[in-house]
Design a protein around this ligand. Structure first.
Ligand SMILES: Nc1nc2c(c(=O)[nH]1)N[C@H]1C(S)=C(S)[C@@H](COP(=O)(O)OP(=O)(O)OC[C@H]3O[C@@H](n4cnc5c(=O)[nH]c(N)nc54)[C@H](O)[C@@H]3O)O[C@H]1N2
Ligand SMILES: Nc1nc2c(c(=O)[nH]1)N[C@H]1C(S)=C(S)[C@@H](COP(=O)(O)OP(=O)(O)OC[C@H]3O[C@@H](n4cnc5c(=O)[nH]c(N)nc54)[C@H](O)[C@@H]3O)O[C@H]1N2
Ligand SMILES: [Mo]
Length: 759
């Protein structure tokens, strides 16, 4: 529970003793110290399991302990010995559970039995698995398929995800939104247009060869801490790391490897960033234009003086399209405007450009700081333009590296979880299974939200996640959720999406990936894809939390058998028992991506997905890598005229959460302790708006259509650029209008919400 709030200065590095203490504390609190400690030795290892936290690469030669502070917390959270059974639900009606915090709900422990909501008593009651499948099947049959949504959160395995998309399509819908619709969809839209593939181009080994790494809007210390190892190695080799982030994130400043005894004993820190550009939220487009402008000016000078070119002219001639228009656009940009928009000085941008120009192999890393903006797609394309100018793609040590979120979110897309028909293997599914998949696009996340609010969506099935809490416009969503005819939630832990009751609601508890999954007594394993496009096996290790639990594939098969007419070509029951048959089906559907899937899946370090852009083959309309750039740099073209008191709100993750899963109330690196209800503000803004440090305030979105506000946030003076404020997700989600999302990718613009603050 929240303690008295405190803001302390944290002057330790990322990692170090603070991290070791935090892991030990979490394991004890979860009452799973022994089981979890044993599990940690198997984490991200060949023959072990793939961590359920982030998607960062699993190396071929892992460290002795290939896990981090937050991976350890995620393991402890899943392997907790706390469980909830029927007696819990008979004690607590939904009306009461709705008042509980995210932390309190999940902290009850693992769900153990299938439950059905009894609306009359407002309580979940136990139901047998078969009865649940039968009722869900009958309910789905009574609903028009285009009014049903099949959401997936990004953690489920390749096998479960493949079965899930097949269930949805055989049932009759392409409405398969997933968490990447709120996350890296801006990447999936931007990169195909720029370089002809929807994912990054680098492999883990490229980090060994890079001499410069550009870091945009990704908080490595909290969200992908194992990545600090290659960054530390790169720094020790003398590579430059230039960071662009409105906040001084500790992991990007300094790091002590908590697994290196000498570093721990001597306190030998590695400085991570060689230059830290503390730009404004949404200032990246201007900063990237500034760097490109500086680079092009250097190149123009070199041409005029007959010196060595600064851009890679040969690469551009052979491989790129649209460079002249791009160069003109950069030359035409005005420095004063770029400075005002980015919050960076011309010299800072120039200095970064200079380092970039003098580096041989550069990786561009980014996360939500680029994708969760109205111009999120343009942000990604601008970073790609900067890399293209010096041929930093498709050669060792160079390329673009979107750091993915959930541990299999990229893999879910690879096996067909998508609402877009052009990305789905519809012909192949028809050929293999003889049914006609629907041919129109389904709903993405924001469309699904709109559908729920308008009443167009009647059934909502979730493979993991906490949709109701993760999406924008959570106020209107919660009211509308109660009108859903059917909600089916496949989950490990209780969360808000379960306790806001639909007319008919089922809660289906599943095994987690760390647990041994015995089908007919035989242990099965699953597979995942990491952030750098490698597929890995993941073997369950711990005894299940309860023997009433079943696996995600078995639950999907159960629903499919009850909801669909029998199809002799899809043997759901056999698939649910033997996952290698599902892997065969995946291989049959995607022969060029998964050749010899079953034979290769145990490859140490994983086996790679073929990536055309890595080979400098461009699957774009022009057949080249394209310079794509926006004409205007306005973040919020359709926001109402800004009030002079407008601030740009960045929604943040703390170091003690995994998305909507709140492990605790401390954000060690940022010095926030005992609370999440803070709004981080620049001292000058606090004074200008006549507020006081420590004062409790209300935040309101600037928008004409309706009042959106959240209350009870404590003003906290913080090192953040003027005009920007920071506060935690998901507490701030009621502030995000549904229409406040990126163009084309529809990723909610959670990193730039225009707000006013009221005392
Ligand atoms: N422990 C832990 N690990 C996680 C998660 C978690 O919640 N906890 N979540 C997982 C998921 S699903 C995802 S998607 C990833 C998310 O990982 P990240 O991509 O790191 O996402 P965030 O923490 O939301 O924010 C990233 C950073 O962007 C910065 N930022 C905000 N606005 C801007 C901007 O306009 N420009 C720039 N340049 N920077 C900006 C913020 O200060 C922050 O440091 O992590 C995954 N891993
Ligand atoms: N304001 C704001 N909103 C955001 C973001 C932001 O930065 N700011 N980030 C966005 C991003 S990047 C993402 S990815 C989304 C996240 O959205 P989601 O993926 O929907 O949310 P999670 O919090 O990851 O889901 C947690 C729940 O997953 C279930 N779960 C955990 N493990 C398993 C498992 O193995 N199997 C099953 N079936 N269930 C499991 C548990 O019941 C747990 O309560 O939120 C988005 N929303
Ligand atoms: Mo994400």
């Amino acid at each position: 529970m929240a303690r008295d709030a405190e803001l302390k200065t944290y002057d330790g590095p990322a990692g170090g003793w603070g991290s070791a203490r935090s892991v030990a504390g979490a394991l004890v609190r979860d009452r799973a110290p022994l089981k979890s400690a044993a599990a940690l030795a198997k984490q991200n290892k060949p023959g072990g399991f793939a961590c359920v936290s982030c998607a960062w690469s699993k190396p071929r030669d892992p460290h002795v302990f290939e896990f981090c502070e937050n991976g350890a917390k995620a393991t402890g959270w899943e392997l907790t010995s706390k469980t909830i059974g029927p007696e819990f639900f008979s004690r607590h009606p939904l009306a009461e559970l709705e008042t509980w915090s995210d932390f309190a709900l999940e902290d009850q422990g693992r769900l153990t039995m299938p439950m059905r909501l009894n609306r009359a008593t407002d309580r979940y009651e136990p139901i047998a698995w078969d009865a649940a499948f039968k009722e869900i099947g009958a309910a789905l049959k009574a609903i028009e398929p285009k009014r049903a949504v099949f959401y997936a959160s990004g953690r489920a395995s390749l096998e479960a995800s493949y079965m899930y998309q097949l269930l949805a399509r055989a049932y009759g819908t392409n409405s398969l939104p997933d968490s990447s619709n709120m996350c890296h969809e801006s990447t999936s839209v931007a990169l195909p247009e720029s370089i002809g593939q929807p994912v990054g181009t680098v492999f883990l080994e490229d980090f060994d060869h890079a001499d410069c790494i550009l870091f945009f809007g990704q908080n490595v210390g909290s969200n992908s801490p194992r990545m600090l190892h290659p960054l530390q190695e790169a720094r020790k080799r003398g590579a430059s790391i230039i960071t662009f982030n409105p906040l001084k994130e500790r992991g990007l400043e300094r790091f002590i490897n908590p697994q290196a005894p000498t570093e721990m004993l001597t306190g030998a820190e590695t400085t991570i960033s060689t230059q830290y550009c503390q730009l404004k939220a949404g200032g990246d487009l201007a900063a990237l234009f500034g760097m490109c402008k500086a680079l092009i000016a250097m190149d123009d000078r070199a041409v005029a003086e007959g010196l060595r070119r600064v851009v890679d002219a040969d690469f551009i001639r052979e491989h790129c399209h649209g460079v002249e228009a791009f160069k003109d656009a950069c030359r035409a940009r005005d420095w004063a405007d770029l400075e005002a928009r980015s919050g960076l000085g011309r010299r800072e941008m120039g200095q970064a450009a200079e380092v970039y120009a003098n580096s041989k192999a550069v990786i561009g890393v980014y996360g939500m700081g680029l994708t969760q903006h109205r111009l999120g797609v343009d942000n990604v394309q601008m970073l790609m333009n900067l890399l293209l100018l010096r041929g930093n793609v498709g050669r060792p040590g160079a390329g673009i590296c979107p750091v993915r979120g959930h541990s299999n979110v990229q893999g879910q897309r690879t096996v067909g979880i998508t609402e877009k028909v052009k990305l789905a293997p519809l012909e192949k599914l028809q050929e293999l299974y003889g049914f006609k998949p629907p041919r129109e696009d389904g709903m993405a996340t924001v469309d699904a939200c709109k559908g729920v609010i308008d009443g167009e969506v009647e059934a909502f099935v979730s493979l993991g996640g906490n949709f109701l809490r993760a999406v924008p416009e959570t106020g209107a969503m919660e009211d509308a959720w109660r009108r859903l005819k059917l909600s089916v939630q496949i989950a490990t832990k209780l969360n808000r999406s379960h306790v806001v009751g639909a007319k008919a609601a089922y809660l289906l508890p599943c095994l987690g990936r760390i647990e041994i999954d015995r089908r007919d007594g035989a242990p099965q394993f699953v597979s995942v894809e990491d952030s750098t496009s490698h597929f890995h096996a993941s073997h369950g290790f711990a005894e299940p939390a309860a023997d009433t639990l079943t696996s995600e594939p078995a639950i999907i098969a159960g629903i499919a058998q009850a909801a669909l007419a029998a199809n002799p070509r899809i043997d759901w029951a056999a698939w649910a028992k033997n996952y290698s048959l599902v892997r065969d089906a995946i291989e049959a559907t995607y022969p060029s991506v998964f050749p010899d899937f079953n034979a290769r899946i145990e490859t140490p370090g994983g086996f790679p997905k073929p990536l055309a852009a890595r080979e400098r083959s461009w699957k774009t309309e022009t057949g080249k890598a394209n310079f794509v750039f926006p004409q205007a740099l306005d973040e919020d073209p359709d926001m109402p005229a800004r009030s002079p008191n407008a601030l740009t709100l960045i929604t943040l993750r703390s170091n003690d959460q995994f998305n909507t899963t709140v492990y605790g109330y401390d954000d060690r690196f940022r010095g926030v302790e005992g609370t999440r209800m803070v709004v981080l503000m620049n001292a000058k803004d606090i004074a200008r708006l006549s507020l006081a440090n420590g004062q409790t305030v209300t935040m309101r979105t600037i928008a004409d259509d309706r009042l959106r506000q959240v209350q009870g946030f404590r003003v906290t003076a913080y090192d953040i650029p003027e005009g920007c404020v920071g506060a935690y997700y998901p507490e701030c989600n009621p502030l995000i209008p549904l229409w406040h999302h990126a163009k084309v990718s529809k990723v909610p613009a959670a990193k730039a919400i225009p707000v006013t603050i009221h005392g």
